[in-house]
Design a protein around this ligand. Sequence first.
Ligand code: GTP
Ligand code: MG
Length: 552
Amino acid sequence: MSLVDKIKQAIPRQGGAVDADRLADRVDGLRRFVQATEDHVPDAQLVTARTVIDRAGERLALSRAHTVVALAGATGSGKSSLFNALCRFQLSRVGVRRPTTGVAHACVWGPQGAGPLLDWLGVPPNRRFTRESALDGNDEAGLRGLVLLDLPDFDSIEARHRLEVDRLLRLVDLVVWVLDPQKYADRVVHQQYLTQFQRHRDVTVVVLNQADRLNRTDSERLVADLRRLLEADGLGGVPAFPTSAKGQPGLDLLRATLERTVERRQAALQRLAGDVSGAVGDLEPLVAAEVRGEKIQPAAVHRLADSLAVAAGVPIVVTATERTYRHRATGVLGWPVARWARKLRPDPLRRLHLDQPAGGTPAASSLPESTAAQKAAVALASREVAEQAGAGLPEPWPAAVTAASRARLDDVPDALDVAVASADLGMDRKPFWWRLVGGLQWLAAAAALAGLLWLGVRAVFAFLGLPGVDTPQVGRLPLPTTLLAGGLLFGLLLSIVVRPIVGLAARRARARAERRLRAAIAEVADVHIVAPMRGVLRSYDDARDALRTAAR
Ligand SMILES: Nc1nc2c(ncn2[C@@H]2O[C@H](COP(=O)(O)OP(=O)(O)OP(=O)(O)O)[C@@H](O)[C@H]2O)c(=O)[nH]1
Ligand SMILES: [Mg+2]
């Protein structure tokens, strides 16, 4: 196989090119997901997403002209040797005593401006080196933009080495896993590291170093075996080839791979794209179910409003309204004597302190407190709405919907009181026909009174033997008698005739009051119980939508 073919095979998978703007949109989708869910989903489940968002923002703000490549592997695999060979200088100490490298070293190939990137990576200033001096001529031109990191060993007996490796592996753009013939099949490498990089296949390269110690047949056999292991790690197809820092097959392939990576300037974006995909994959179960149609069932909300109405004393108020209507109607329409008797007794609404004119400041009503049973019914009904609304949603959303339904429950009793006390029961204005009939009653009473007085005067005159004035006759009855009897009779008849009409109107007043109170109660149910649930469902929708953007 020619070197060119080998290089072609070794070039990182390259995947699809990642567009920086699209990546920014995806990160923004992830950010919107976190915003939509942070009040409902436990923090622990959002940590990865938050980290990815922060890291992506930071990395994209830093130099895009540089590609950060890390050499990672077990102790003694030859990371520092490869690092030095690629840099063509002994920059990182190669040791016999293991582990040798404790702090990451960095070598930067032109251009200027990698400082902030190295600060962000946390490479100490005394471990930073720069290549491509005037002496190199154009030899190193192909690697311009490369920031090569020699990492400590990840299987270290030193815990801090491992921490440092894990920290840096989250930040770098491309990882070259340096394995050696003795430990290339080590479980730690495959289970704890390589399998975790499935989403980063596009920015993963594996080398079997120290291949100079193997004959050609063994080298090919081991590389084939390594590829099989990588396949099992979910990294099938990533470049895997032999290298040596000391002899054949050398570093040409690795160098060519790095040159190509640097040239494409895709690694940073691909790395971040992989991170976003990883976060999306972790988050997907949180919004797996599609919400179709209205989750909040009108029937259940209606039952909730019913139980709130009972708890708020609506049945008492509507009965009082009906009675008050009769009471006040009798006060206006009844026989004047009966009216006065009526007026002495306060009407039922007044007794409940619910007789404020519409629009006035509501006073505290004297309705009885809701009973424990009524409160339980409200709790049950609101749970029913919440359960139906949350049904079919993945965890933790059903619980979030239920919690939202309870969030403002403490305010409900006061809100109900205000709703009832300030509802316009429609009892302020006297109907026109009341005035009409009332006027007739007065007229009848006045006629009866006039007749009575007239008869009285006539009796006094007769008693004193004074000559009387001629009394006009109506038919066979004298006028004063007709006035008295007619007035009384008319008044009586009028009150009898209007009674069924009053009954009918009182029932209508009751129905109207009930309608208005129910509307006021429904508003309380909506504002205090249903709206918070709707808010959670909206968050769910937003989160789902945002994650779709993040996944694209
Ligand atoms: N024959 C041969 N020996 C190598 C090769 N690469 C490294 N070595 C030797 O392997 C030993 C370890 O090399 P290092 O480069 O220090 O290994 P490392 O991976 O940096 O080790 P740590 O810093 O401890 O993680 C040294 O003795 C090197 O000389 C190689 O390609 N071929
Ligand atoms: Mg080393």
